[in-house]
Design a protein around this ligand. Structure first.
Ligand SMILES: [Zn+2]
Length: 532
């Protein structure tokens, strides 16, 4: 059996890879456009989704299909005009909202198998935002029960089954769903549901909490889908939290309302005097010509542009994963809107969870531009590494760069090393640590390990964070057994803190500039220290 999901690179919980299907590969992360099952009802020619937009995977509604065709024999690929893999939902969500059609677990399975769905979902019961805990629990447990019974209902193995993870804002229910359905081998994929209303209310913090909770317990070898992802500004966050594919109807819904998407914002067509985009639509039209077009043609053009925007954002995210810069992408997007910032803050809070899947080396250096970068996974990994090191030399030289964050660490390490190399006494008896704001202690001997000397900083830590770094450092030194501790650099911050705490360390301080130009001064001080 070939593996369905091959991961080629990852960053945070985002995974770039390929889901192999008989109908063609799905490159992840994938944006999965929601299409109307009837070809003619779509604004855009679905036949061209792959050739024109690079779209590998689409989703359509079982509810509409069942309502329109009942038990007629139909084929999903003929009907939509899309020859790549197609996902169908169970129809449960709309049947809850609109009623009319009877769905049973058995009929939902048969229906999706008969129409040739490539990825199908058993009959689930989505949790609504207003549901009380007991009501949500009842729905979730029923979804789990039905989903576990699926192996008794399927009749062929042409359809990949997708396990619905329900529970909504109740994280213990999400956890329960994820744990239980990870045990059912039949499922090739998971899909997180019950988030449509949460997305509509811009509760991005809740959304990220739900995804991260599910991810903790889902089998990591299988892809994870998110139902109802909305605006492209959320895509990077959804991917970073661990969703490999996600559907969105935003490109069409926004077009219907005359709305023009960018990867971070939404504009009314009426407020644009030029298009901030170079897609085939925008490069051949002006906003005023588009405004004058007949409505169907106008909506087609808007939807086409919107679809390009969604797909371009996906390509942007994939590039960020393979170059290891997804964190920077999130950071910049979090500044666009307070709701995005809320989602970002949840990721920061759980950055421990992102460590395990973030690569320990990357092709690109790291840029530290914001105080929140102090919890990025690479920093947490560095602290883990430091805690495992054993320091055996009797004395410590601590060179503080806390007030010199702009310094090029690579150059600094090189110069300090060349000074040390000439000095047997230093090599033999002194641990040499460089103290930086973001990474805290960097022992000189690991200075070249990624990403330490490949990091570029800006002065962006708060006083509170710098104080915390000093306190952590003092703590760390106290747990070692150095006979002498020498502190070199701009010592003002230390001098402010030391009198306020009861540190057992007896520092010998040498205040001096640590800029690259004055490295000779450091050399002189070191000679002084050695001579006692
Ligand atoms: Zn455009």
């Amino acid at each position: 059996v070939i593996s369905l999901f091959e991961i080629t690179s990852s960053d945070l919980l985002g995974r770039k890879g390929i889901i192999q299907t008989k109908k063609g590969p799905i490159h992840t992360p994938a944006f999965v456009p929601v299409v109307h099952p009837e070809f003619s009802k779509n604004f855009i020619d679905v036949k061209k989704f792959h050739s024109k937009f690079n779209i590998d995977f689409i989703i359509t509604s079982s509810y509409i299909l069942k309502k329109r065709f009942g038990d007629e024999s139909i084929n999903l690929h003929d009907l939509t005009g899309f020859q790549g893999p197609i996902m169908t939902d169970s129809g449960a969500y709309q049947s809850l909202v609109y009623g009319e059609i009877e769905f049973t677990p058995q009929s939902v399975v048969e229906f999706q198998e008969n129409i040739g769905s490539d990825f199908a979902v058993p009959l689930d019961i989505p949790v609504a935002l207003i549901d009380s805990y007991p009501k949500a629990k009842k729905k979730t447990l029923e979804t789990i029960k039905r989903s576990k019974n699926l192996p008794n209902l399927v009749s062929n193995d042409d359809t990949h089954w997708v396990a619905p993870i329900q529970g909504g804002r109740f994280l213990d229910l999400v956890e329960r769903s994820a744990k239980q359905l990870s045990q059912v081998n039949l499922y090739k994929m998971f899909a997180i549901g019950s988030v449509v209303e949460i997305m509509k209310n811009y509760q991005y913090d809740t959304l990220i909490d739900i995804i991260l909770t599910a991810k903790k317990f889902l089998d990591p070898s299988k892809p994870v889908h998110l139902f109802g992802a909305g605006h492209p500004s959320m895509f990077p966050f959804i991917v970073a939290a661990g969703c490999d594919t996600f559907d969105s109807a935003a490109y069409a819904l926004y077009a219907q309302e005359g709305r023009y998407l960018t990867n971070t914002q939404t504009f009314l067509l009426s407020e644009l005097d030029e298009f901030p985009c170079n897609c085939p639509v925008c490069s051949s039209l002006t906003p005023s010509t588009l405004r004058e077009m007949a409505k169907p043609e106008r909506m087609r053009c808007l939807a086409t542009h919107n679809l390009y925007v969604c797909q371009t954002e996906i390509m942007n995210i994939r590039r960020a994963i393979s170059s290891g810069t997804l964190w920077s992408l999130l950071e910049s997007r979090s500044r666009v809107h307070p709701n995005l910032k809320k989602g970002y803050d949840v990721l920061l809070k759980h950055s421990r969870q992102l460590v395990s899947t973030s690569p320990s080396t990357k092709k690109k250096g790291l840029f530290f531009v914001s105080s929140s970068d102090i919890v990025r996974p690479e920093v947490l990994l560095h602290y883990d590494r430091i805690n495992q090191l054993k320091f055996k030399k009797p004395k410590l030289l601590l060179i503080s760069l806390l007030d010199n964050e702009n310094i090029e660490l690579y150059e600094f390490f090189k110069k300090i090393k060349s000074i040390i190399m000439d000095n047997d006494e230093l090599i033999k008896n002194y641990e040499i640590w460089i103290l930086t704001g973001f990474y805290g202690i960097i022992p000189l001997e690991i200075g070249e390990v990624f990403p330490l000397s490949q990091s570029v900083f800006s002065h962006s830590l708060t006083n509170e964070q710098l104080t915390k770094t000093i306190l952590k450092t003092l703590d760390f030194i106290e747990n070692q057994s150095f006979s002498d501790v020498y502190l070199i650099g701009d010592l003002n911050r230390f001098l402010q803190i030391l009198p306020k705490i009861k540190s057992k360390i007896n520092f010998k301080g040498y205040s001096l500039s640590t800029s690259l130009d004055s490295i000779q001064n450091i050399s002189s001080i070191l000679n002084l220290i050695i001579k006692g």
